[in-house]
Design a protein around this ligand. Structure first.
Ligand code: DQA
Length: 144
């Protein structure tokens, strides 16, 4: 099973930005944690991060062309307004799980709107790095 983990806008600033919300672990260490967990589960993982909406759409299309079994995506703030990412997720017909490190439902009102969420199988929100690990478990169960 091969999955792509896509991190969107500002996620590369984890460990620097709003540490009270996202913690003080660096983005690199977040990525290493995801890779290690996927390896333990026997899942092949490709990680991708971009601050550009179009590059995230390109990554989703790449997942389609390269035959990925699933996608885990944290679009960052694009979650709340990107119709382009919504359309891309819908287009590729690969199961996609949306994750958030913070609980988006307990924060500002604009974060309660999930434009991209509606294109995904489900959402895991509020568990920091563990949100990604829970998504790997959910995706492997779903794809089985
Ligand atoms: C986030 C939540 C978003 O609302 C925010 O814009 C982010 C990070 C999260 O992982 O909690 O950049 O996606």
């Amino acid at each position: 099973m091969k999955i792509m983990v896509i991190n969107g806008v500002n996620l590369n600033f984890v460990g620097i930005r709003e540490k009270n919300i996202y913690g003080d672990k660096s983005f690199e260490s977040l990525c290493n944690g995801i890779k290690e967990y996927a390896e333990q589960k026997g899942v092949e993982v490709t990680l991708f991060q971009s601050n550009c909406e179009g590059e995230i759409v390109d990554a989703l299309q790449r997942a389609y062309f390269e035959g990925y079994d699933g996608v885990i995506i944290n679009p960052g703030a694009y979650t709340h307004y990107s119709y382009a990412i919504y359309d891309a997720i819908k287009s590729i017909s690969i199961p996609c799980i949306e994750v958030h490190m913070s609980n988006v439902h307990s924060r500002e009102d604009f974060r309660k709107i999930g434009v991209t969420t509606a294109a995904c199988k489900g959402q895991i929100s509020g568990f920091g790095e563990n949100s990604y690990k829970l998504a790997i478990d959910a995706l492997t169960e779903y794809v089985k």
